[in-house]
Design a binder for this molecule. Sequence first.
Ligand SMILES: NC(=O)c1ccc[n+]([C@@H]2O[C@H](COP(=O)([O-])OP(=O)(O)OC[C@H]3O[C@@H](n4cnc5c(N)ncnc54)[C@H](O)[C@@H]3O)[C@@H](O)[C@H]2O)c1
Length: 324
Amino acid sequence: MNHSQRSPYNVLIIGGGQIGALYDTPDSPSFRSHAHCFTEHPRFAKPGIVEPNAEQRRKVADRWNCTTFETLDAALTQTVDAAVVAVPDFLHYSVLKELAQHQLKLVIAEKPMTKTVKESEEILSLYRSRNIPLCVNYTRRFAPGFAALKERIQLGEFGQLLQGTGWYGKGVVHNGSHLVDLLLFLFGNASAESVFHRVNDFYEDDPAVSALLRIGSNNAPFVLQGIDCRCFTIFEIELFFQKGRLRMTNHGETVEEYGIEPGKEFAGYQFLHKKTETPTGLNKAMYNVAEAAAQFLDNGVPLPSTGETAFAAQKLCCHLQSRL
Ligand SMILES: NC(=O)c1ccc[n+]([C@@H]2O[C@H](COP(=O)([O-])OP(=O)(O)OC[C@H]3O[C@@H](n4cnc5c(N)ncnc54)[C@H](O)[C@@H]3O)[C@@H](O)[C@H]2O)c1
């Protein structure tokens, strides 16, 4: 059976804010909101959107020409196959709990899954007991450029990891978890050694923390730096390997790859030399969330980012939050 013969899934987006519906418009070239992705994806019917704010609800309905609801209760009187939780962080827990009362085929939660380890543990165990699959949108896991890098790192193409650094802002759990999750995705393990700085740059209860981590099979040092997001926003990672350097810049939209060359003017020295600068596909990664959901629902293809993978990142970030 091809796509057009199968009936589309009904998806409900809870929260018609930036990432739910307003980051982009139907004619945007990139995919930045769930409304855009699920509207475009052929395996989903036009999404319904829950948004309590009346003015915003009108804006969302106008922009996406879709059905909107004032409350989750009202939306759940309709048939819903999959739900996307795009409310502010502090509401993830209660909305995820509410959704678990309904036999949904898939729930996609925005990151972080919840605000605390205890809440996430409860959600994970609830979803397991109710047999509801849970995906968490750590978006870089859905960008093909990062999946390709992971494979090349694991094949040893760059040699052993020597050390690395990453910069982020706006809370270690809220945003730092993106960076930690990406390290876990690329290297499989990360642990905290020490915390050396913290700044309350956005959330009272979630400072941007700077810490020394250990990552990869050889426990290489990685300096995580929380930079005050009131000055500017940053998300970059730099990794040094025996055979070169990788720089993930522009929020992870681009990867620069450096090889090693003998110095032309300084005999005996090896120099880093920029070979390529490649887009990671992050501008389409949100669409790939919808695609991964369709592949999971249609064919049982494993999700690249689950409650379990997200929990590993959250546990480390919550640990960092409580140190110093
Ligand atoms: N994966 C990513 O890269 C990424 C990027 C941006 C935001 N996010 C996450 O998405 C979530 C939303 O962020 P945002 O920037 O869109 O926030 P936002 O404030 O723009 O949007 C949240 C919306 O939820 C609505 N809302 C509040 N209570 C609600 C309820 N009970 N039911 C339904 N809607 C409700 C609000 O009115 C608001 O419009 C956050 O958890 C954030 O961490 C993830």
